[in-house]
Ligand binder design. Structure first.
Ligand code: ADP
Ligand code: MG
Length: 560
């Protein structure tokens, strides 16, 4: 039996184009072929459990091997195999249709980079690195004949009798001149580690030699012998596939160490597990933050059925959660489409809000179950919670119950607690609550002392997000405004009995104020007498909060 034929694809000469534009991502050929091999073993397992295959399953496995001299890479499996007809159908038509689709998308897209790396080219990607590809396969079906297929990357293929004696498939790539870098143990191991580390079927790549104890010699010394063991590159049951009930804290911490070997322990983690209306599993960790947030972004790894896809999760994870680390696995995230499509995808949107909700729930639970521990972590989580509150309405609604306001005395209050605390002292004549804050406690120390003396509480708002956060709270909180401690706060609030007033007559006080007002000579500023005690601040000069904000904005070049 020998048959020649032409693969029916509409776009001729697409290989050179794909080769050229996919250059940076050539290594994904291995991901695609290994995951096909894994799929084949999963399929035979399913057939067997359905009673549609009664033969021996054997130890299901995939093997990757290479031959530097022959310049080949081979991927073999003992999965369900294919008949000659199935090759024609699945390889010549289906696999190649993936490539055609790629070209269509490629032509539509204005920016080629958009699709590169996102597109699963499947079997076809073998031609990025190979001049010629061969398939040897034997189907599980009763009486199936082994088949052999070869194709040199043109649209011509050849099918003939095969030589496999056991069920399964062996794909051999004859590596092209430009891709010889892949004929290296180191390089292949690296790619397997990156994409295949958590695939569900053992993947063998070469062997390891180990020294093992082998009894004792005449002098009683331990003897050793070299033992060759298979080098299995993957862990078939990573923690995100397990039930949270079967896992201990240690397991989560170990996995974190495995993903990010040089990091400090995470603050907490969230096990994601949902199967309706979309399928998603994963573990997200909240890391100990460092100052350089940019560097820490893009630490979440995205998997699809345990195959690594990308660590660019920008469109799947809400922006404010980009600082999280960990793994998300979902077969429902479309990976073979462009960015813009991804953003519009309904599943992606749902996944986005699911993750937001889970993170908020976890934080609420931590707050409820152990407030002390929560407060200790607040320096690390605060920034992120505030960021989430200003950027996601749904997150705000949940976080408003556990977000903490910290004052200059190192005390933390929830929004409700704080309101109750300051209402008696810090309500103005119009019934408005005034929250006083500092964004630079060292510089504003004199004002803080003075305000404390009057019985006001000062919030510490000196993180990069606080300016924004204050603006957001003013919109959200009822009848509440924020004033920086050096603003003309004192005037607006119901004043405490002031000893000073009794020392100076009204006339004298006015005189002193006048002296200052003349010296400053700017109507935006307000002069207030404070104390006659030589150790204390005698006078404060403040500015209206609104004016101050306007000035600040103008200075930043923002304007309105
Ligand atoms: P996909 O995996 O998305 O279906 P591919 O282009 O990767 O697309 O593969 C096309 C088809 O070829 C597969 O669906 C499968 O039917 C068949 N195939 C590829 N590799 C193997 C294999 N190792 N064993 C059995 N069938 C395979
Ligand atoms: Mg595939």
């Amino acid at each position: 039996m020998q048959e020649k034929g032409t693969i029916s694809i509409h776009t001729e000469n697409i290989f050179p184009i794909i080769k050229k534009f996919l250059y940076s991502d050539h290594e994904i050929f291995l991901r695609e072929l290994v995951s096909n091999a894994v799929d084949a073993t999963q399929k035979i397992k399913r057939l067997s459990s359905l009673g549609q295959y009664n033969g021996e399953l054997g130890d299901l496995r995939v093997e990757v091997a290479f031959d530097e001299e022959a310049k080949t890479i081979t991927i073999s499996d003992n999965g369900l195999g294919m008949t000659a007809d199935e090759i024609k159908k699945y390889i010549n038509q289906i696999a190649f249709s993936g490539a055609t689709e790629f070209m269509e998308k490629f032509k539509e897209s204005k920016d080629a980079n958009e699709i590169i790396g996102r597109f699963g080219l499947g079997f076809y990607s073998a031609f990025m690195v190979a001049d010629r590809v061969e398939i040897e396969t034997l189907s599980y079906q009763d009486g199936a004949e082994p088949a052999h297929w070869t194709c040199d990357g043109s649209t011509e293929f050849e099918i003939s009798e095969g030589s496999l004696a056991e069920r399964g498939t062996e794909i051999t790539l004859h590596i092209n001149k430009d891709s010889e870098e892949f004929l290296s143990k180191h390089r292949l191991q690296e790619i397997l580690d990156k994409y295949c580390k958590f695939l569900p079927v053992p993947i063998k790549f070469g062997t390891n030699t180990q020294e093992e104890e082998d009894g004792v010699d005449e002098e009683g010394k331990t003897k050793y012998k070299s033992v060759e063991t298979d080098n299995i590159i993957n862990e078939t049951n990573p923690i995100w596939t397990k039930s949270p009930n079967d896992l201990k804290d240690e397991d989560y911490l170990d996995f974190y160490k495995q993903l990010y070997p040089f990091s400090e322990d995470p603050l907490f983690w969230i096990h994601l597990n949902v199967d309706y209306p979309f399928n998603l599993t994963g573990v997200l960790y909240f890391p100990k933050l460092k100052n350089d947030f940019e560097v820490q972004k893009n630490k979440i790894k995205l998997y699809s059925r345990q195959v690594f896809i990308t660590d660019e999760v920008k469109d799947i994870v809400p922006e404010f959660l980009m600082l999280l680390h960990g793994v998300i696995d979902s077969p429902d995230i479309p990976l073979n489409v462009s960015r813009s499509f991804l953003q519009a995808d309904g599943n992606v949107k749902k996944i986005n809000s699911y993750i937001t909700k889970k993170v908020a729930d976890k934080l609420a639970e931590l707050f409820k179950s152990d407030r002390k521990a929560f407060e200790e972590k607040w320096t690390d989580i605060g920034l992120f919670v505030k960021y989430g509150m200003v950027s996601e309405e749904k997150f705000y609604d949940k976080a408003k119950d556990f977000v903490l306001l910290s004052n200059t005395k190192n005390e933390n209050y929830t929004l409700n607690e704080y309101k109750d605390k300051v209402t008696p002292e810090q309500t103005d004549k119009d019934g408005q609550l005034v929250y006083i804050y500092t964004n630079d406690p060292a510089k504003q120390d004199a004002f803080i002392q003075s305000a404390n003396k009057k019985g006001y509480d000062i919030l510490l708002m000196n993180s990069p997000i606080d300016n924004h956060f204050i603006g957001h709270l003013e919109q959200k909180l009822d009848k509440t405004s924020f004033k920086r401690v050096d603003a003309d706060v004192a005037d607006k609030l119901i004043k405490k009995e002031d000893a000073l007033e009794h020392v100076l007559t009204e006339e004298e006080a006015t005189k002193v104020k006048d002296i200052f007002n003349k010296a400053i000579n700017k109507p935006a500023y307000k002069v207030e007498l404070e104390s006659l005690n030589p150790d204390e601040l005698p006078v404060t000069v403040t500015m209206d909060e609104f004016m101050r904000r306007m000035k600040e904005m103008a200075a930043m070049g923002g304007g309105m």
